[in-house]
Design a binder for this molecule. Structure first.
Ligand code: BGP
Length: 478
């Protein structure tokens, strides 16, 4: 047994949980032509979706949000983060014609949250790019799609800007194009590094343009806007300079490409040099770069689950292959690392502390919070007790270790304002669907998707109430 230590959380520290629209709501009332990129991928290439589950029903949040919000209230979540499904919010993307049925549903969800003392946090895109815009314009490869996103954002702010305080442009904007165009491991399996880079840039530009719009609109006075990023804390294999360089390159291509424009308003100069060298420079104008410079975020949400470990390449990059940033690094499989075997992710709470110090030292100690962290575990039903409650002590340990590292970072001066667990309830992941369960609340697929709180939900409730928790004391983060 580990020795434990009592930890105290700051008084106003946000303690909530997250979900997204497409991973929870299901397709009730969805109209023809309202597929998102994820819906389309599910329809076109179902074989890769675990046991055939996907966004079609998801957790049926659309029909069951009242019940779910009662559970949020029972747990005492201070905040709930989700997204609005762009593909469903409009019936005509070019002219931003609002789907009144879907918009009314979103309005009800927001009102119900507020009435139950759960502050909503709303993200404008959690991979819900309309499939029609992918087909007609190449998705985020198109400058026109950036403008359509701004039009959509305007409609959203008009409807809910009086009630919602926390706004975000994207969730993990690097992910879709990295899986699709860079690594080509997801439908439609089209490798194109330049397209990857263009998507990265247009999402950065879209964030700045939406912020510009946000500042011009009459919203709640205390309304704030940010973006939710997933920079990976990247550790080099060794202290040798070639390994250090590999980590620095990874960081430039995957982390700084979003962190720098969002927070500092500019791209690293070196990134432009590298893009030129490899002929993948994104199309841009000086005017657009000025918009990025002048419209930085109020705060950032950071999704952080696992460390990234790299080393210098042992084998030279295949000169015939299209350029990939892996030209500069290889993944490093560290012997002895602690694993969550279900998700295949390393467990290393030090990432919380190290990310916090980085934001403090390199990004002006901007306000931020953990927008996602959590543990996906397969076949959790085996951990049920006689009352049918999943005894997810592993999740409680995971959260406490990570929260402890965060509290220690705050004591060391980090400007971290909260922690959102992924996820409020079990939900559908891209491809893995319901395989790995993340929720405080179980969704029982064998029994009409009924909800049951897990042990972690009661534990989290007590943490939120008492603002204290006990954590293993075998590591001190510094
Ligand atoms: C994040 C996403 C979430 C969620 C989570 C869990 O990257 O923002 O939408 O899915 O990861 O990961 P996975 O679904 O791959 O298990």
């Amino acid at each position: 047994m580990n020795e434990t230590i009592e930890m105290k959380l700051p008084k106003d520290f946000m303690l909530g949980a997250a979900l997204s629209a497409w991973q929870s709501e299901g397709w009730t009332d969805k109209k023809e032509g309202q597929d998102s990129f994820l819906d389309k991928w599910y329809k076109e290439f179902k074989t890769v979706w675990h046991n055939g589950y996907g966004p079609a029903v998801a957790t049926d949040f659309y029909n069951r949000y009242q019940e779910d919000i009662q559970h949020m209230k029972e747990i005492g979540l201070t905040h709930f983060r989700t997204s609005i499904n762009w593909a469903r919010f409009l019936t005509d993307y070019e002219n931003a014609v609002v789907d009144e049925t879907y918009a009314a549903y979103i309005g009800h969800v927001i009102d119900e949250l507020i009435a139950n003392d759960v502050e909503p946090m709303i993200c404008l895109e959690h991979y819900e790019l309309p499939a029609a815009l992918l087909e007609q314009h190449g998705g985020w490869g198109s400058r026109h799609v950036v403008d359509l996103f701004v039009k959509y954002a305007e409609k959203v702010f008009e409807r809910y800007g009086d009630r919602v305080k926390h706004w975000f442009t994207f969730n993990e904007p690097v992910v879709v194009q990295t899986r699709v165009y860079l690594d080509a491991i997801r439908w439609p399996f089209e490798q194109n590094t330049k397209t990857w880079m263009q998507w990265n840039y247009h999402k950065g530009l879209a964030t700045a343009k939406v912020i510009e719009l946000f500042k011009s609109m009459p919203l709640r006075e205390d309304a704030k806007i940010g973006t939710i990023l997933n920079p990976e804390v990247t550790y080099p294999r060794s202290s040798a300079s070639h390994d250090q360089e590999a980590a620095r390159m990874y960081d430039l291509f995957f982390n700084r490409i979003f962190l720098d424009p969002a927070i500092k308003g500019e791209y690293p100069k070196e990134l432009f040099e590298l893009m030129d060298k490899h002929d993948i420079t994104f199309d841009h104008t000086e005017e657009e770069l000025a918009i990025i410079r002048e419209n930085t975020v109020d705060y950032v949400g950071i999704n952080l689950y696992f460390p990234n470990r790299v080393k210098a390449r042992d084998i030279a990059w295949n000169p015939e292959a299209p350029f990939h940033p892996a030209y500069y690094y290889e993944k490093f499989d560290m012997p002895g690392k602690k694993m969550n075997p279900h998700r295949g992710w390393e467990i290393y709470p030090q990432i919380m502390f190290d990310m916090a110090m980085r934001l403090k030292e390199e990004y002006g100690n901007i306000e931020w919070f953990i927008a996602e962290n959590g543990m996906g575990v397969e076949n959790e039903a085996r951990f049920k007790n006689e009352e049918g409650v999943i005894q997810d002590d592993y999740r409680i340990e995971f959260i406490s270790e990570h929260l402890k590292a965060l509290v220690e970072a705050i004591e060391a001066g980090a400007n971290c304002k909260g922690y959102m667990l992924w996820a409020f309830s079990d939900n559908v992941s891209p491809m893995n669907a319901f395989k790995n369960r993340y929720g405080l609340v179980e969704i029982n697929l064998e029994d009409n998707r009924n909800r049951t709180l897990k042990k972690s939900a009661y534990w989290y409730r007590d943490v939120i109430k008492s603002r204290t928790f006990s954590a293993p004391n075998d590591e001190i983060y510094k």
